[in-house]
Design a protein around this ligand. Structure first.
Ligand SMILES: Nc1ncnc2c1ncn2[C@@H]1O[C@H](COP(=O)(O)OP(=O)(O)OP(=O)(O)O)[C@@H](O)[C@H]1O
Ligand SMILES: [Mg+2]
Length: 257
């Protein structure tokens, strides 16, 4: 369903993506791991149609997004839900207006239908009746849930999650992981999850791919990644599981007491 080939992107002469090749099957759950700053969010933004690569192709259902003009990208973007790193809610808007944002913007639904759909997605994420709250009144985990409700309200076929569990306590992280699984099982969405959190990676990933030096270094079933003999993969996995924020690949992670 999603086929990425030879994707390259530089910012001000600094290469970030250096030839990414990656295919994601219909309704698959793929996890992307990799050190801080290696380009995971940049890759997700390309898949969401929010960034254009310098070269390469990015096909969704066989159609290459790269040459498409802005107006042709908009309908494609609507089929892709994104839970952004940090949730990216509008602080001045209440939960209702945050969640309903895309429906209000596109004016495709009646006010009654919008109210019903907001209530529905809030129910899915376990936030029933919270329409009137402002983001500042919510915990980090609740904000993620609202971000998720906002992403799923347009009934996307593809969901992109950027660090969905980072900064959450283990229980809250667990409930977000369950929501990712629920989205996948109940609505058959194709899921791409970027994370540093290996517990989450093993829980939600049917396949795990590691981005390293601008390319996909390995991709395989969670067990294959866990048992990989590649020193870069081994160091990364050990680094993050012993020290949660050691996202630089493990070698530079120091234990602090
Ligand atoms: N719009 C932009 N303009 C210039 N440089 C950018 C832009 N977006 C990202 N970068 C650079 O690209 C590199 C990769 O960034 P990216 O956010 O994708 O990393 P990441 O793997 O998601 O890291 P983290 O795990 O910390 O979220 C970084 O060096 C970043 O500074
Ligand atoms: Mg990122």
């Amino acid at each position: 369903m999603i086929e990425i080939a030879g994707l390259k992107k530089s910012f001000f002469g600094t290469p970030v993506l250096q030839g990414v090749d990656l295919a994601v099957a219909d309704s698959e759950r793929l996890v992307i791991i990799g050190g801080s700053g290696c380009g995971k969010s940049v890759l997700l933004r390309h898949i969401a149609g929010l960034l254009k690569p310098d070269t390469g192709s990015l096909r969704i259902d066989g159609r290459d997004l790269v040459p498409l003009p802005e107006r042709d990208l908009n309908p494609i973007r609507q089929g892709i839900g994104v839970l952004f790193q940090g949730s990216a809610l509008f602080d001045s808007l209440d939960v209702f207006h945050n969640v309903a944002f895309s429906l209000l913007e596109h004016r495709t639904a009646s006010p009654k239908e919008i109210r019903e759909r907001v209530a529905q997605v809030l129910d899915v994420v376990g936030m029933t009746g919270q329409e009137g709250k402002k983001p500042a009144e919510l915990s980090g985990g609740m904000r993620k849930r609202i971000g998720l409700a906002r992403a799923i309200i347009s009934r996307p076929r593809i969901m992109l999650y950027d660090e969905p569990t980072t900064g959450l306590d283990p229980q809250m992280a667990d409930s977000i992981n369950r929501l990712i699984l629920k989205m996948s099982d109940s609505f058959h969405v194709t899921s791409i999850v970027v994370t540093h959190d290996m517990t989450s990676a093993y829980m939600v990933g049917e396949r795990i791919a590691m981005l390293h030096r601008g390319k996909i270094l390995v991709s395989g079933a969670p067990r294959e990644i866990q048992e990989s003999s590649d020193p870069i993969v081994r160091n990364f996995i050990r680094g993050v599981s012993e020290e949660r924020d050691g996202g630089d690949g493990g070698e530079g992670a120091k234990k602090t007491l």
